[in-house]
Design a protein around this ligand. Structure first.
Ligand code: XUL
Ligand code: CO
Length: 434
């Protein structure tokens, strides 16, 4: 025991009337919602980087947090892992996620860093024998170190491409060894600062080849998890190639990977791209590439990626409605890629941030499930498109030509009548459930 969370009890479900801060009011893992245990629907994961590696800095000031595991030695890294698994137990979360750089100190060479990484992965393996948390996904940090300042796979220097490929191999090996459910690629520096020094076509081709190598390797080692790309439009780079779901889909099609790779959608990134979270989820589902979510909001005024814990049931309900409509998660889950505010210094803050977020997601899931089960919204949607069930409409779409359609319009004296979209009525319906 590290003692870091001393005095904080394991969090249990106590129901909506509870006055205990250290209790769930809505998240009841075993409660069945729409035919599935809540825990199996939501598949919560804690993000190692924000909860255990982030020191509390912002562009105007450095570290505010003091954690006993902050430091560059392997002893620090092991202490951090021990504290992390203690927190997973307190929260009862089924999953966690990490980058290589979150869990091990970097050493003087690639080989030496790899050795330290493998030692920590062994430590995780041992912890997972005696603790419940499993690995939802891991990923390579190809953006923090200065060697990646001009990109990883898209770097003008082939040596950085090689370093990045070797790093991803190591992270995929770790994910496979720990039984991870997915492997994520977020292109933090895969983009550009200025077109004046950038060969956009060449960089995109490098990124495509890189991803093909990742998929090849997945099959060679027999990794059964899902490869996920996490779209984001900008920040840290001015423009990132994985801008949003639509852009990623075009990229996957171009490189023949649309059956191989899905997306990890983050609410804050959707907002930066000028979309809603539910838009990105619904689009990915309709394209057959929905994978997983990072559940962290952005401040709507700030214009950057503030990575805050969710605080709005109505907003999250929209997201879970789309996820349920798409059939729910398979290998994906709800990863809290969220960090405390930098004044939230205490161990309690770390626990309570997750408790509140898990409760919000649970309420949102229940509201979404109730509305889906009620069926009124889906009936209204089906009704709106009912004309397309008619045989002549079906054959027009399947085999029509402009000439044949034009002939039919002239012959029949067709005169379409506008109908209400009923938006306010549907919003009223929605608000009865949330
Ligand atoms: C950055 C971000 C990352 C990815 C993993 O905005 O979301 O933390 O989730 O690299
Ligand atoms: Co993320």
């Amino acid at each position: 025991m590290t003692g870091y969370f001393n005095g904080i009890p394991a969090i249990r479900y106590e129901g909506p009337e509870s006055e205990n801060d250290f209790a769930f009011r809505h998240y009841n893992p075993d409660e069945v919602v729409a035919g599935r245990r809540m825990e199996d629907h939501l598949r919560f994961a804690v993000a190692y980087w924000h909860s255990f590696a982030w020191p509390g800095g912002d562009p105007f000031g450095g570290q505010t947090f003091e954690r006993p595991w902050f430091g560059d030695t392997m002893e620090h890294a092991r202490l951090k892992a021990d504290a992390a698994f203690e927190m997973f137990d307190i929260l009862g979360v089924p999953y966690f996620c990490f980058h290589d750089a979150d869990v091990r100190p970097e050493a003087g060479s690639f080989a030496a860093s790899l050795k330290q990484f493998e030692a920590i992965v062994d430590h995780f393996g041992a912890k997972m024998q005696t603790h419940r948390a499993r690995l939802l996904w891991s990923t390579a940090n190809l953006f923090s170190h200065r060697r990646f300042m001009a990109g990883a796979a898209t770097n003008p220097d082939p040596e950085v491409f090689a370093w990045s490929a070797a790093t991803v191999k190591a992270c995929m090996d770790a994910t496979h060894r720990l039984g991870g459910q997915n492997y994520v690629l977020w292109g933090g520096r895969e983009g550009y600062e200025t077109l004046l020094n950038t060969d956009l076509g060449r960089e995109r081709h490098q990124a495509g080849r890189f991803l093909q190598m990742v998929v090849d390797y997945k099959h060679r080692i027999g990794f059964k998890g899902t490869i996920l790309i996490e779209p984001k439009p900008q920040e840290p780079s001015k423009h990132q190639y994985d801008y949003d779901v639509a852009t990623v889909y075009g990229f996957l099609k171009d490189f023949g990977l649309e059956q191989e790779v899905k997306v990890n959608i983050e609410q804050g990134h959707a907002i930066l791209a000028g979309h809603s979270f539910e838009h990105e989820i619904a689009l990915a589902a309709s394209l057959g590439i929905f994978g997983s979510i990072d559940m962290n909001r952005n401040d709507y005024q700030s214009g950057w990626d503030t990575d805050q814990f969710p605080d709005s049931v109505p907003e999250m309900a929209r997201a879970y409605y789309e996820i349920l409509r798409a059939g729910g998660f398979t290998t994906g889950g709800t990863n809290f890629d969220a960090k405390l505010r930098r004044q939230s210094l205490d161990p309690e803050d770390l626990i309570l941030a997750h408790v509140g977020a898990m409760d919000i997601c649970a309420r949102a899931l229940k509201a979404a499930a109730a509305l889906l089960q009620d069926g009124a919204l889906e009936r209204a949607r089906a009704e709106r498109y009912a004309g397309w069930d008619r045989p002549e409409a079906k054959s027009m779409l399947a085999t029509g030509t402009l000439e044949s359609i034009s002939a039919r319009v002239l012959e029949s004296g067709l005169d379409p009548k506008p109908r209400s979209g009923c938006q306010e009525r549907l919003e009223n319906l929605w608000n009865r459930f949330v």
